[in-house]
Design a protein around this ligand. Structure first.
Ligand code: ZN
Ligand code: ZN
Length: 362
């Protein structure tokens, strides 16, 4: 797999030149991982016109060399990364205007820049690296695909184990064990298992409720493969579905299929959202679909772009997004069906293959 880190850092340098900046301070760990490969939990990255320097602490002394290779010079700091930062910037001549990531720098660190780093002029930037991360290369797509395969294997192994009387947390435990067994290196977010009326809560956490006959069971989860996430939701019925459950399910399934099939390069996020929303609205459930249609996935489980009512930005080729329409009726229950879809110039490619027919578990 080609090493794209040099190319990615080159794109950051182009953005710096355009913004009239001499350097960029990157403090978002996923952005640092994207640009250097470093996966530790404490780091700063400084990119200037000619040089990239990664600062981390002694805990990562071995790991950092393995992961970063030649993509950046490495400084191991014994006390504070910030002291290392001043030393690093002092060592480069001609650096005056330095960008920082306004979405990722906490105020306490911003105050530090103004006090201890007062000799540089600090400028807020937004989404310089996030914009690059939207477009996945072949290596990233392979990792996302692996995360999808792991997640689907785990769900296949879990569904036959669902039983009346099991708690939601027990189901989450079975699924998470299966995810680990299938090779997931982490959980991108706490697994959501909601049953019965709790399926009406779009972001329910798995709780102590016991599964009962006739329940909808909504499972929203993902896997992580080499840093990259998948994000899938399936809703099943424990026992025989009622006609009303089937009607609501079919509307969500059709909204999901239409939105997935409609994704095109250049389409606005709001236009994609509208495909699912208009269909659900036309069937009388517009009010019951309260969240947006989807979000990008990659090194983070929620990243750019968003597919939502207010998003005008066009989708780029190589973007991977979730398509997750839902209908939630308080006191009754809800259905969400979520797939991961690649937007490409050859049309949309749905990466998740897990069946979308209504599963009735006996
Ligand atoms: Zn999800
Ligand atoms: Zn999602």
């Amino acid at each position: 797999m080609a090493d794209r880190r040099g190319e990615r850092q080159g794109a950051v340098r182009d953005a710096l030149a355009k913004a009239d900046l001499d350097a960029l301070l990157i403090s978002s760990l996923p952005n640092i991982r994207y640009l250097t490969g470093f996966s530790g939990s404490n780091a700063l990255l400084v990119i200037t016109a000619r040089h990239s320097a990664l600062l981390t602490d002694v805990r990562y002394a071995t790991q950092v060399w393995d992961e970063v290779g030649a993509s950046a010079s490495v400084r191991i700091e014994r006390s504070s990364l910030w002291d290392g930062l001043w030393a690093q910037l002092n060592g480069v001549t001609g650096v005056d205007r330095v960008g920082f990531e306004s979405a990722h720098l906490v105020h306490q660190d911003f105050a530090r820049l103004l006090e201890q780093g007062a000799r540089w002029s600090w400028r807020p930037t937004a989404d310089i690296v996030e914009r690059l991360r939207m477009v996945k290369d072949a290596g990233e797509l392979a990792r996302i695909n692996r995360a999808v395969v792991i997640a689907e294997r785990a769900l296949h192994a879990t569904l036959p184990q669902l039983r009346v009387g099991l708690s939601e947390t027990a189901v989450a435990g079975i699924l998470e064990q299966q995810l680990r067994d299938a090779g997931s290196e982490a959980f991108p977010f706490p697994t959501i298992v909601a049953s019965g009326p709790r399926t009406a809560l779009p972001h329910a956490r798995a709780g102590q409720r016991l599964l009962a006959t006739g329940d909808f069971v909504l499972i929203d989860f993902g896997a992580v493969a080499d840093g990259y996430c998948s994000d899938i939701t399936r809703t099943v019925v424990l026992g025989k579905a009622t006609a009303e459950q089937r009607d609501v399910y079919d509307i969500v399934r059709e909204a999901n299929a239409r939105a997935s099939g409609a994704l095109r390069v250049g389409m606005a996020g709001m236009a994609a959202d509208a495909v699912a929303r208009d269909y659900i609205d036309a069937h009388g459930f517009g009010e019951a679909f309260g969240h947006s249609l989807g979000h990008g996935i990659g090194l983070e489980v929620h990243e750019a772009p968003r597919l939502a009512r207010t998003v005008e930005a066009p989708l780029a080729a190589g973007t991977v997004v979730t398509i997750e329409p839902g209908i939630y009726r308080a006191g009754w229950g809800g259905v969400r069906i979520e797939d991961d879809v690649l937007v490409s110039s050859a049309g949309p490619r749905v990466l998740t293959g897990f069946p979308r027919d209504l599963h009735e578990l006996s």
